[in-house]
Design a protein. Structure first.
Length: 229
């Protein structure tokens, strides 16, 4: 079995593990009957989105890099979704009920993401700037998440400290998104080294911008909301 295939399998396992854990957190967040139906809708929405993205990537929908690149559809979709979530009181109630420390603990998935990206660089699937050997330091969030989660659980860190950590994480994830965009084979390309960032249009890696990156963003924003309330 080639390393590329092993990485694909590992990535798929990671995505579905994150999806399962997130859904289990939703399930445990409330026991009210009225909320239960909404939780199920959220779960179906996430599972359906993953399935649709994989299907579109499978037929090559995202491989058109002319402006505007079709991969940007994912970005617009998730920005819209986040706005809807944080403007809907019922949805907010569901997510705000998730234990604060568990919201942070889940960010440890970013360690696995960065290891996979690094190995993809080693086998020349992605450019170096998208890894921690280049300009991607997002792994720091994953490495510090267990500590921050532990401090939250023990009430040994102030809300301000948690907010600052989340802002730090948002800066790092925004930085790598920007690097990813300017590494694509479009007019926006700044990094001219090969290979260009095209792997995000393929199966299963479309779920990096399609699920894992939005998950990281959402967890940061949710944690900030939880510690400002």
């Amino acid at each position: 079995m080639s390393e590329e295939l092993i990485l694909k399998i590992g990535f798929i396992v990671l995505v579905f593990l994150c999806l399962s854990v997130f859904m289990s957190l939703l399930k445990a967040s409330s026991h009210e009957g009225a909320t239960k139906g909404l939780r199920k809708k959220v779960s179906f929405f996430l599972a359906g989105t993953v399935a649709i993205l994989l299907t579109l990537a499978r037929i090559g929908f995202f491989e058109n890099w002319s402006l505007p690149p079709r991969i940007f559809v994912i970005l617009i979709f998730w920005i819209t979704t986040l706005i809807v979530v944080f403007r809907n009181r019922n949805l907010q109630a569901i997510f705000m009920a998730i234990p604060k420390e568990k919201v942070v603990f889940l960010q440890t998935f970013r360690i696995a993401v960065e290891i996979i990206l690094w190995r993809l660089f080693i086998i020349e699937v992605i450019p170096v700037q998208m890894t921690f050997e280049g300009y991607n330091f997002d792994v720091l969030v994953g490495l510090t998440a267990p500590l921050i989660g532990y401090l939250i659980a023990g009430r040994k860190i102030s809300p301000k400290g948690v907010v600052l950590w989340n802002v730090f994480g948002l800066i790092l994830i925004t930085t790598i998104i920007t690097i990813g965009i300017v590494s694509t084979p479009t007019i926006l390309r700044v990094f001219m080294n090969d290979p260009a960032n095209t792997f995000v249009a393929s199966v299963p890696y479309v779920l990096l911008p399609g699920f894992l990156v939005p998950l990281g963003y959402f967890l940061h924003i949710l944690s900030i909301y939880q510690h400002k309330s």
